[in-house]
Design a protein around this ligand. Structure first.
Ligand SMILES: [Zn+2]
Length: 274
């Protein structure tokens, strides 16, 4: 794990890339910030989380780092981190980031536009979301599965398609907007209202078949309307839903998540429920 603190004083914010080694955009953004000769108001911690996986171009070495943290609702002081490469990284990240507002950079196989993901968001994280160049905010308080954003105060961003040049550009833009929004670096910010979605449930995927997804994420799928095909057969849900992080091959056992539009995050960083 590579960690560098720039500026002076106690670090209040952090930017983390390479939580998944096959998502190079976050590492690119961290490297750009390291090379940018920033002069932060306080100090900023920059992290390349899983350098080994990044070098190998794989999601993880032994276990998914973004499932190795204390799950939401559990006592983190009683949690035993895995004795694996990623378990040890999770423990170091937990110790390093628990007292900092962190931007965690990810990319997807599902959606080209950047969006933010938060768990039990407080005012400060909602204010950051309002100031980021994202098209949507997703409240992912469920499911509880040991992701980093359940254990440390995090705004996660999905910056675009894994490995794309657009995702790399978005990652740099989002990390600079994050530093401006938190006041770590003095720069103008633009706050706008964003649609807020709540993740409801995983959409299961049968094992060992051929898959295709035929809908766009963040667009409502009516009940009974095919959203995918499995071995060429249409695949639908009994209730309407908004697909989020839905792709053919992004996850082993699910297509992604079913979500509901619940309101908006206003320009002031307040939730305005429908
Ligand atoms: Zn990721």
């Amino acid at each position: 794990m590579y960690v560098e603190q720039i500026g002076t004083g106690p670090p209040e914010v952090a930017v983390v890339g390479a939580i998944h080694g096959d998502e190079p955009s976050g590492a690119h953004a961290v490297e750009e910030l390291l090379a940018a000769d920033l002069d932060p108001a306080g100090s900023v911690t920059l992290v390349l989380a899983n350098e080994t996986a990044l070098e190998r171009g794989v999601r993880y070495v032994e276990t998914d780092l973004n499932r190795a943290f204390p799950p939401r609702g559990t006592d983190p002081t009683a949690f035993e981190f895995d004795d694996t490469h990623e378990g040890r990284l999770a423990e170091r990240l937990y110790d390093l980031l628990s007292d900092k507002l962190t931007l965690a950079i990810h990319s997807t196989q599902s959606h080209p536009e950047p969006f933010a993901v938060v768990v039990e968001p407080d005012t400060r994280r909602l204010e950051v979301c309002a100031a980021l160049p994202v098209t949507a905010v997703v409240d992912s308080t469920e499911p509880s599965e040991g992701r980093m954003l359940e254990a440390v105060p995090t705004v996660e961003v999905e910056v675009g398609h894994q490995g794309s040049a657009a995702a790399a550009r978005n990652a740099v833009e989002l990390s600079r907007a994050f530093l401006a929004a938190t006041g770590a670096v003095s720069a103008p910010t633009t706050t706008t209202e964003k649609p807020l979605y709540r993740l409801d449930r995983p959409i299961p995927k049968p094992a060992d078949r051929e898959y295709e997804v035929v809908v766009d994420n963040f667009e409502v799928v009516p009940a009974g309307e095919p959203f995918a095909s499995v071995d060429g057969e249409p695949w639908s849900a009994e209730t309407p839903f908004v697909p989020v992080l839905v792709s053919a091959e992004g996850y082993e056992d699910m297509f992604g998540y079913a979500a509901t539009r619940v309101g908006s995050v206003t320009a002031e960083g307040v939730v305005d429920y429908d």
